[in-house]
Design a protein around this ligand. Structure first.
Ligand SMILES: [Zn+2]
Length: 455
C-alpha cells in the first residue's frame, strides 16, 4: 500500500524534528528535570509538527531505554507500540470526529485505571478546538485534578477557538512556520532516499509555495517523485499546473510597449493549457511582489534562478516603483471576490488589460505637480476671485463628490464667457484657464477613482 511521504518520513525522535528548536529544547529539559507538565497545548499552522511532537513526547515519557538527551529510543516495545498506534497507554483522539461530550466522558472513565508497568496514560487530542462546548467542559475536571499518571497533549490550528479555561490549564507551545531552508533540507533528504533527481530551484519553489508547512511541501513532492528523469523548475511548474515565469516576463514586455493585444494572447494561452487559472492569478500577484521586493528590499533572499534574475533585472527597468505599487494595490481588488468560472477568460483579459493600460495612467503626483506649476503661472485670485485655489477644490469637493455632484465643480471652475479670462486681451491666460479646467477634470476623475477604490 502506498504511504504518503509525509507519513513515511515523519520524525520518530526529537533529533529528527525539522525546525521548532525552542519547543524541542524545552521539552527535553522538562524530561531531564522530570518536570513534564500534565497538559501541553501545541498550536500552529498545519504541517508544522504539532501531533508529531506530542507523539514523540509520549514516546519519551514511556520509553524503556531513552537515549542520551532524553530522546526516545524508538526501538523498545513501548516506542514501537506508540509508533504503530497500538499502545494502550497512549490514546489519540481526533477532535474533529470525536467532538461530543459522550466521547470525553468515555475518556474520563478510563482515567482512573492504572496503567501497566508504571507507564503514563497519555491522551493526545488533535484539533482540540473542534470539541463541543460541553465536551470542553467535561475535559476541565480531569485537567484540573489529573491523576499523577495522566497527561494531556492537545494540538490545534486555531488557538483562538480553544476555551480560556482550557488554555489556562496547559503549558503552551506556539509552533513556528518552518523556514524555507529547513524545508529544502528535509526535501533534499527525502529526494536522496527515494533516488529522485531534483534541482535546487525546484526545491526552493516547493519550500516557498508551502509557506512554512512541511506537510504541504511533502504533499507536493508526492505528486512529482515518480516523474522520469531529473526534475527542473520548468518541468515542476508544468506538472503542478503553475504558469511559466516567461509568461510574466512577456507581460512585462507588453507593458513596456503598451501592447494591449497581448492580454488576449496570454489569456488564450493559459486557458488552452493545463495550467491552473487560480494559480496563474496568484502567481501574477507574486510576480509583482517579487519586483517590489527587488526595488525596496534588495538584501531579501529570493533564491532566483539565473534566468529569473535576468528577467527581473529587466522588469526593474520597465516599471517604476510607483507603477509596481499601483499594480500591487489595484490587482487584489480586481481579483477578489473569486472568479466565476463562466467569466474566467473575460476576467483574466480585463485584468491583463488593466495592467498593460495602467502605463498610460496619469498619476496623482503628476497632476498635483502640474496644478502647482499652473498656480504659480496664473495668479488665480486676480483672474477669477470666485475660483478657490486648485488644491482646496480638490480636497473639499472631491472628498464628498458623487457622480451627481460632479458638475458643480465644473460650474465653479469654468468661468462664464463674459469673464475676463475669455477676453481677447488675454489670449494666453484664456488658454491657460482652459488647460486648468481640463486638468481639474482629470484630477477629479482620478481622485474619484482613488476614493472609490479605497472604500
Ligand atoms: Zn523506547
Amino acid at each position: 500500500m502506498y504511504k504518503a511521504i509525509s507519513r513515511r518520513f515523519r520524525p520518530r525522535t526529537f533529533s529528527e524534528v525539522t525546525g521548532q528548536e525552542a519547543c524541542v529544547t524545552t521539552l527535553k529539559h522538562a524530561l531531564q528535570q522530570k518536570k513534564v507538565a500534565h497538559a501541553y497545548l501545541f498550536s500552529g499552522i498545519r504541517g508544522t509538527g504539532k501531533t508529531t511532537l506530542a507523539r514523540i513526547l509520549a514516546k519519551a515519557l514511556n520509553c524503556d531505554a531513552p537515549k542520551e538527551g532524553f530522546d526516545p529510543c524508538d526501538e523498545c516495545p513501548s516506542c514501537q507500540e506508540i509508533a504503530k498506534g497500538q499502545s494502550l497507554n497512549v490514546i489519540e483522539i481526533d477532535g474533529a470526529s470525536n467532538r461530543g461530550i459522550e466521547d470525553i466522558r468515555a475518556l474520563n472513565e478510563t482515567l482512573s485505571y492504572a496503567t501497566s508497568e508504571k507507564k503514563f496514560k497519555i491522551f493526545i487530542i488533535d484539533e482540540v478546538h473542534m470539541l463541543t462546548k460541553e465536551a470542553f467542559n467535561a475535559l476541565l475536571k480531569p485537567l484540573e485534578e489529573p491523576p499523577s499518571h495522566v497527561k494531556f497533549f492537545f494540538a490545534t490550528t486555531e488557538l483562538d477557538k480553544v476555551l480560556p479555561t482550557i488554555l489556562s490549564r496547559c503549558q503552551r507551545f506556539q509552533l513556528t512556520r518552518i523556514p524555507r531552508a529547513k524545508i529544502m533540507q528535509k526535501l533534499r533528504k527525502v529526494a536522496s532516499e527515494l533516488s529522485v533527481e531534483i534541482d535546487d530551484a525546484s526545491l526552493s519553489f516547493l519550500a516557498k509555495v508551502s509557506e512554512g508547512s512541511l506537510r504541504d511541501a511533502e504533499t507536493l513532492f508526492d505528486q512529482i517523485h515518480n516523474v522520469e528523469g531529473p526534475i527542473t523548475l520548468p518541468l515542476l511548474l508544468d506538472i503542478l499546473g503553475y504558469p511559466a515565469k516567461d509568461d510574466f516576463f512577456a507581460l512585462d514586455d507588453a507593458y513596456h510597449t503598451n501592447d494591449l493585444g497581448f492580454a488576449f494572447t496570454l489569456t488564450q494561452k493559459i486557458l488552452n493549457s493545463s495550467k491552473n487559472q487560480q494559480l496563474f492569478l496568484e502567481s501574477l500577484l507574486e510576480h509583482y511582489r517579487t519586483i517590489a521586493l527587488l526595488f525596496f528590499k534588495k538584501d531579501y533572499a529570493l533564491n532566483l534562478t539565473p534566468e529569473e534574475e535576468e528577467g527581473y533585472q529587466k522588469a526593474l527597468s520597465i516599471y517604476t516603483k510607483e507603477e509596481v505599487l499601483f499594480l500591487l494595490d489595484s490587482l487584489p481588488k480586481i481579483l477578489f471576490p473569486p472568479l466565476k468560472p463562466k467569466l474566467l477568460s473575460l476576467h483574466m483579459e480585463m485584468l491583463l488589460l488593466h495592467i498593460i493600460q495602467s502605463k498610460n495612467r496619469l498619476r496623482i503626483d503628476q497632476i498635483i505637480h502640474r496644478l502647482e506649476t499652473l498656480q504659480k503661472e496664473l495668479p488665480l485670485e486676480k483672474l477669477a476671485p470666485t475660483i478657490a485655489p486648485p488644491k482646496e477644490i480638490l480636497l473639499e469637493k472631491v472628498s464628498i463628490a458623487t457622480p451627481k455632484e460632479a458638475p458643480s465643480i465644473e460650474n465653479q471652475v469654468v468661468p462664464p464667457p463674459s469673464a475676463p479670462l475669455a477676453t481677447p486681451a488675454a489670449p494666453s491666460k484664456a488658454k491657460s484657464a482652459v488647460e486648468l479646467e481640463t486638468l481639474l477634470r482629470f484630477a477629479q476623475v482620478e481622485l474619484n477613482g482613488t476614493l472609490t477604490r479605497s472604500k
